[in-house]
Design a binder for this molecule. Structure first.
Ligand SMILES: [Zn+2]
Length: 359
């Protein structure tokens, strides 16, 4: 993960914190200083925020470890100022599994709320003795307990793709197709997202960011689900590209540039001893040229270790795998025999054609 600080890992799941998180801490320090809050109190605010985000990490582990139970791995967990994100390699398609994975996060916050509440209770702290809200050593656990309750309830709002929205989609999928369920949940999510932005403008800038994030997230997931539904029933072989440029791994980059300018192709197959060895994309060529030298060998700029797919694999599965691994192109084989390539643009064209024929 770029621009992120690695915090550690648990059960093979790495946790990162995004650099923009430092802006949140800085914002608290500046806001506190400007309103004349002393250093001690600012320290308590920072500790409070960091504790909340620790609870957010635990929430994300709730999702990630539940997914792991169903054999779904999590690439990483990343903390952003607007919350956490467990990047699952794929989403469970079984409604019951999706329901459990979605509920596990907020459930962690409810458990934390009960635990912290219990600690506050047995410590004999008198809630009614608080005259005005003040964050310090005596009240921090109480506020942290309340924050966890808030996190659980907020995440359970049916604002797809937030947890509550996923719960809604899972429940809808029992009765209707996954595409329809996603469209309905996504529509509700977008309406709520607009509400977040509107409320956030008056009360809290972070809510504006969450609203934008939810709106775009809902859009992206609805599109993705619709697209993959068009691929149902087809195999990789149906969208295979048999014509593509080939370059040798030890050829100078200018050979690839000539071919790039001479064709529509955006992906090349790099060969070594007549065997496909990797791929070279337009972006990699441009990046290589950025160093100002077109005589460097292709070997220095290409991507080794290409994704290999079977010719008879369902196209939908291939599409998902490419999206999950963030691959724009894959090499296609039939019984160890190289048959051609599959790239995302070609899949997009395939979808457009099927979509047009469906109308
Ligand atoms: Zn969650």
């Amino acid at each position: 993960m770029k621009f992120s600080l690695y915090l550690g890992k648990y059960k093979g799941i790495k946790v990162f914190i995004h650099w923009t998180f430092s802006l949140l801490l800085l914002w608290i320090i500046i806001a506190n200083t400007r309103s004349g809050v002393d250093i001690g109190d600012t320290g308590w605010s920072l500790l409070f925020i960091l504790s909340i985000f620790f609870c957010v990490i635990l929430h994300e582990f709730g999702h990630a470890l539940t997914a792991q139970k169903y054999g779904i791995q999590t690439k990483d967990i990343i903390l952003l100022p607007i919350g956490g994100l467990a990047r699952l390699e794929k989403l469970p398609e079984d409604p019951k599994q999706e329901l459990n994975v979605a509920l596990a996060g907020p459930l962690v916050n409810i458990v934390l709320f009960l635990l912290l509440g219990f600690v506050v209770y047995i410590s004999g702290f008198d809630v009614e003795a608080i005259e005005e809200p003040h964050l310090d050593g005596s009240t921090i656990l109480l506020y942290l307990a309340s924050a966890n309750l808030f996190l659980a309830l907020f995440n359970l709002l049916p604002a797809f793709p937030m947890d509550g929205g996923r719960v809604l989609r899972a429940l809808l999928s029992i009765r209707m197709s996954r595409v329809e369920a996603t469209q309905i949940a996504g529509g509700i999510g977008q309406v709520l997202a607009i509400g977040f932005v509107f409320l956030g403008l008056f009360y809290n800038p972070i809510l504006v960011l969450i609203g934008i994030f939810v709106f775009l997230g809902a859009q992206a997931e609805v599109n993705h689900i619709r697209q993959s539904s068009f691929l149902k029933g087809y195999l990789v072989g149906d969208a295979l590209m048999k014509k593509f440029p080939i370059v040798a791994f030890d050829a100078p980059l200018k050979k690839a540039v000539e071919k790039l300018l001479d064709s529509q192709a955006t992906h090349f197959v790099v060969v070594k001893n007549d065997e496909p060895f990797g791929t070279l994309s337009r972006d990699e060529i441009i990046k290589g040229l950025g160093d100002g030298d077109d005589s460097i060998e292709i070997e220095k700029v290409f991507s080794p270790g290409p994704l290999k797919l079977d010719l008879h694999m369902p196209l939908e599965e291939a599409f998902k795998r490419m999206a999950a691994e963030n691959r724009k192109v894959a090499l296609v084989y039939e019984d160890n025999l190289f048959m051609g390539i599959l790239d995302q643009e070609n899949i997009a064209e395939f979808i457009m054609v099927k979509n047009a024929l469906n109308k």
